[in-house]
Design a protein around this ligand. Structure first.
Ligand code: NAI
Length: 222
């Protein structure tokens, strides 16, 4: 498959396509038109066509998209056609919650280890994964050729730990600490901020309520 340069906006929408296509496959749907997909996903059919045209050859006029093929091509683009080994740094509430979520494995993300500075946590086992001392982290990364690390530690500690991760060979940081990390060019960082998502939700709810209040006010003045 020929891959053109794909915009960040398109890439950010691919996981959603992947999820919907996975659901369609589970329902036994073999093909789907951009129009039907647009109704399910609540995006315009032309957006879907534009997005998927980036990868070429997925859809056919009058036939629609072959769901299985599209699903597996998007999986390849997202790197889900192979397994990735992950470690979690910070085995507190969030780190343990991530370790306890078994579904990442279904997507090929295998949690191989967890690390913490707290001696009271070291030695505990979360869903079969032993919490190791942070002192063992760098050797573990090298020996197990780990490429992805989830960072679930306080933000003040995150920059130093990120430096150690990079030094040991980590290529991708799934950063939950509320700080922007500075990393070399060959390392990628994906920031996850649940509170930002909550703020967006709050904004949408409040602006809806304000709009409704204005409409009610207008009706009452009539
Ligand atoms: P927590 O206090 O339960 O866990 C943090 C763990 O990190 C502790 O076990 C602590 O011993 C360990 N730790 C501290 N320094 C360390 C180091 N240098 N190396 C290894 N481990 C170290 O906190 P919680 O609730 O799990 O949150 C963790 C982080 O994630 C915090 O920075 C919090 O602000 C952030 N967070 C981010 C969210 C997001 O959406 N981005 C959502 C929830 C929390």
């Amino acid at each position: 498959m020929q891959q053109r340069k794909i915009s960040k906006a398109v890439i950010s929408r691919l996981p959603r396509y992947y999820r919907y296509l996975g659901e369609l496959l589970e329902q036994g749907v073999e093909r789907i038109s951009s129009k039907e997909l647009s109704v399910r996903m609540k995006v315009t059919a032309s957006q879907i066509r534009q997005d998927l045209n980036n990868f070429g050859g997925f859809g056919q006029q009058g036939y629609g998209y072959n769901v299985k093929y599209l699903y597996s091509e998007i999986a390849k683009i997202l790197g889900l056609d192979r397994q990735h080994s992950i470690i979690i740094i910070g085995a507190g509430n969030l780190g343990q919650a991530i370790a306890n979520y078994a579904n990442f494995e279904r997507r090929g993300f295998i949690i191989k280890g967890m690390f913490d500075v707290n001696p009271r946590l070291v030695g505990l086992v979360v869903r079969g994964i032993e919490i190791l001392s942070i002192d063992q982290m760098e050797d573990f990364i090298r020996e197990n050729k780990i490429q992805i690390a989830a960072l679930t530690i306080p933000k003040t500690k995150a920059p130093d730990v990120a430096d150690c991760l990079v030094k040991a060979g980590i290529k991708a940081i799934w950063n939950f600490a509320h700080t922007d990390l500075v990393v070399p060019e060959d390392v990628v960082v994906e920031n996850v901020h649940l509170s930002e998502s909550l703020m967006r939700l709050s904004y949408r709810m409040c602006s809806k309520q304000e709009k409704e209040a204005v409409t009610v006010g207008k009706q009452q003045r009539k």
